[in-house]
Ligand binder design. Structure first.
Ligand code: 1HE
Length: 266
């Protein structure tokens, strides 16, 4: 499907590998900058993955994950079109963050502006050592519009995000790990394999638990402690009532399920 989610000549590639969908930003000549058509292609791929996969990975073709908003397209937009464009990013990234399956992003090279916002909408971020992070909106005279003021601020803290936006500083993968923006750092070239490994592991979880993790945790984080603890009890009780939970609990009690092992003892 040209210019949509699909084969190698599309703006976004799509591949189903077992239970894991691989979604690849595929505009390497423009460093995978996100145009309106790329946003729609990401949306198509996210919907497809949510209907047929149990977990998904978003990665970039070429050396860079994503150079952010397509600035040449953006510079032509009247004010109201820019507002609608930003709201569309929000809707599409929401389908990732608060959808039905968990997403991992595999980050390499530039993970910049809207590229970092896309990564922040995924549930787990894996970077290789080539990855670098920046929010150059200050230099460009614009502002984050892909959900970053909410998601990136919650991920690394508003003070650090403000620092990145005010100074334009560029962080390495290791520095971003230190800030909590990524939770895995691999050697050069290792991000995609590691991300697929993580996604494959998540795909073996109970689907309802994955759904509860991605949907309940961020909402509970927005609640007061009292409301959060109450909501937790409700979600926990619902999860236990699923057939999947009953089967898995029985398997453990009958010594048919894997135990938790200390690191290095597998
Ligand atoms: C682009 C874009 C883009 C590259 N929009 N065309 N994002 C930025 O401010 C980042 C801008 N990009 C860069 O700083 C660099 O391109 C990179 C560090 C990502 C890569 O550098 P390099 O040397 O590998 O590539 P290049 O030669 O700079 O770019 C290759 C081509 O991609 C070139 O086009 P060409 O026609 O001259 O070949 C670039 O113009 C093009 N290109 N990045 C459009 N972003 C929802 S709000 C989100 C707000 C933001 O995302 S702000 C941050 C925007």
């Amino acid at each position: 499907m040209q210019d949509s989610a699909g084969g190698a000549d599309s703006l976004v590639t799509y591949e189903l590998r077992g239970d894991v969908a691989l979604i690849g930003l595929n505009r390497p000549q423009k460093r995978n900058a996100i145009s309106d058509r790329v946003v729609e292609a990401i949306h198509d791929a996210v919907l497809r993955a949510s209907s047929e996969a149990k977990a998904a990975v978003i990665h970039g073709h070429g050396p860079h994950f994503c150079a952010g908003l397509d600035l040449s397209e953006h510079s032509q937009k009247p004010l109201f079109e820019a507002v609608k464009g930003s709201r569309r990013w929000h809707a599409v990234f929401d389908a990732i963050e608060r959808g039905t399956i968990p997403f991992v992003s595999a980050l390499t090279g530039a993970t910049v502006g809207g590229g970092f916002e896309l990564a922040a909408s995924t549930h787990i971020r894996v970077a290789d050592k080539t990855a670098f992070f920046a929010l150059p909106e200050g230099q460009r005279g614009i502002f984050v519009g892909g959900g970053g003021s909410v998601r990136i601020a919650r991920l690394i803290g508003p003070a650090r995000m403000g620092d990145m936006m005010l100074t334009g500083r560029v962080l390495s993968a290791e520095a971003m790990e230190h800030w909590g923006g990524v939770t895995y750092v691999t050697d050069e070239g290792g991000a995609l394999d590691r991300a697929v490994e993580v996604a494959t592991q998540m795909a073996t979880n109970a689907e309802f638990t994955n759904y509860a993790i991605i949907n309940a945790l961020p909402r509970i984080a927005d609640m007061s402690s009292d409301n959060g603890l109450f909501a937790e009890s409700m979600v926990a009780s619902l999860a236990t009532m699923t057939d999947d939970a009953q089967d898995r609990l029985r398997a453990f009690l009958e010594k048919r399920a894997a135990k938790v092992k200390a690191p290095g003892h597998d």
